[in-house]
Ligand binder design. Structure first.
Ligand code: GLU
Length: 445
């Protein structure tokens, strides 16, 4: 790493102790930024990096609610409003027991660059709670969401901060959150949340957008080597919203998607995963992958174990952070991997990224490859602002254009900075320069 940036990094790590994921996200970005600071000493002078690593505002709050047996439960809520140079804070809410400030800050930090890369006018933020929706009834989830919003509402707004979903927050939760916001404020402010239902201000393609976008970005990477998804053997991790839609899109482009996973194990379906059945099990019944195996013959279920043991030419990690380590990366490379598109945020460890890059594998980092979700959220905001709703075809075309544009921006930036094909460098520099220019223009804020 560049010596000037090392000093800033050390300060950032020291003043945010115990936040391992945030440290990891910051270090990864800093490693790309040396060449930018050679060309732009004004960024150093204005302490852009120091400011960028310090969130504009961090909100932590108590979320009390009662479970179905009448017992009082207490969770912790977070919203980190990281950077508003390009637009209102924008980013999802994650409900998962692992959520703490370090996770929310890593996600919010990544979101700044991701959102900049989309070319849409959105800043970066993220939030969530250590609430675990698994095993909770609809009524419990509703009471939790209502309590969460009873505090959050005063901090958000269509011109201020626009949350959406992430792990553990889908259409059901956004519905409960929006209903409570509307009730408290007495405003039908559609643009305050994205990922809404289609009949009340949501956008077509938003549910599919992250997974579809990841595949579109990966297809663009494959094209640079004269290849495509057609005929690839694909392994996907996860089996939530992002994974399911990545599987569907990869199959539509001619790939054979043979495996996916949940936190209990993984399935191998050599005939190609049946997306209809997977949606039924996971989205309609809120079940587990074990239930998929019971309903279809010829499917292997491997309890525990790593889905990355399955050989593939294309890997799409769509589960969660640090799910793919150096050992798994080396195995995948030995088994013939040619490309990785990250549907999740920071799913590959730093060791894994190094293995992929060393082996010449096409590697699309999450902040570029999975930006289709938030980009389509920005399209939802556009539709809300104009009180309009667009067709599926039109919205999907916009998403495709945005993903092709992000790929182009990353590739062109990597070329410009002398490291062709390095999408990590391209994404980090491409996103950073846009935000840094805006911050410089807006003075010391
Ligand atoms: N949580 C998603 C992400 O990681 C989407 C955020 C949004 O739509 O605002 O980008």
């Amino acid at each position: 790493m560049d010596a000037r940036l090392e000093a800033v990094r050390d300060t950032v790590l020291a003043r945010n102790p115990g936040e391992a994921e945030f440290h990891q996200a910051v270090v990864e970005v800093f490693e790309s930024l040396g060449p930018v600071h050679d060309r732009h000493p004004e960024f150093l002078e204005a302490a852009i990096l120091e400011r960028l690593c310090e969130p504009e505002r961090q909100i932590i709050f108590r979320v009390p609610w009662t479970d179905d047996s009448g017992r009082v439960q207490i969770n912790r809520g977070f919203r980190v409003e990281f950077n508003s140079a390009l637009g209102p804070y924008k980013g999802g809410l994650r409900f998962h027991p692992s959520v703490y400030l370090g996770i929310v800050k890593f996600l919010g930090f990544e979101q700044i660059f991701k959102n900049a890369l989309t070319g849409m006018p959105i800043g970066g933020g993220k939030g969530g709670s250590d609430f675990d929706p698994r095993g909770r009834s609809d009524a419990e989830v509703m009471r939790f969401c209502q309590s969460f919003m009873t505090e959050l509402y005063r901090h958000i707004g269509e011109y201020t901060d626009v949350p959406a979903g992430d792990i553990g927050v889908g259409g059901r939760e956004i519905g409960y959150l929006f209903g409570q916001y509307k009730r408290i404020t007495n405003r039908y402010e559609s643009g305050v949340l994205t990922g809404k239902g289609i009949s009340w201000g949501g956008s077509l393609v938003r549910p599919e957008a992250t997974g579809f976008g990841t595949v579109i970005f990966t297809e663009e990477m494959l094209k640079t080597r004269g290849s495509s998804f057609d005929g690839q053997r694909v392994v996907v991790s996860g089996s939530g919203n992002v994974a399911i839609n990545a599987i569907a899109k990869a199959q539509a482009l001619g790939a054979n998607v043979v495996a996916c996973s949940d936190s209990s194990g993984y399935i191998v379906d050599e005939a190609g995963i049946d997306v209809g059945l997977l949606r039924q099990v996971k989205e309609v019944e809120r079940g587990r992958l074990k239930d998929y195996v019971l309903r279809r013959s010829g499917v292997a279920y491997v309890e525990a174990g790593s889905v990355w043991d399955v050989d593939a030419t294309v890997a799409l990690p769509c589960a969660t952070q640090n799910e793919l380590d150096g050992g798994a990366a080396a195995r995948l490379v030995r088994n013939g991997l040619v490309a990785v598109g990250e549907g999740a945020n920071m799913p590959s460890t730093r060791d894994a990224v190094a293995v992929f890059q060393e082996a010449g594998v096409l590697f699309g980092p999450g902040k570029a490859a999975n930006a289709g979700g938030v980009a389509t959220s920005a399209l939802e905001m556009q539709q809300n602002a104009s009180r309009d709703s667009w067709s599926f075809e039109h919205t999907e075309q916009r998403l495709t254009d945005i993903m092709v544009g992000i790929h182009h921006r990353c590739a062109a930036t990597a070329d410009e900075y002398g490291d062709p094909g390095n999408y990590v460098l391209g994404a980090n520099i491409g996103g950073f320069v846009k935000v840094a220019d805006a911050m410089l223009a807006q003075g010391l804020i």
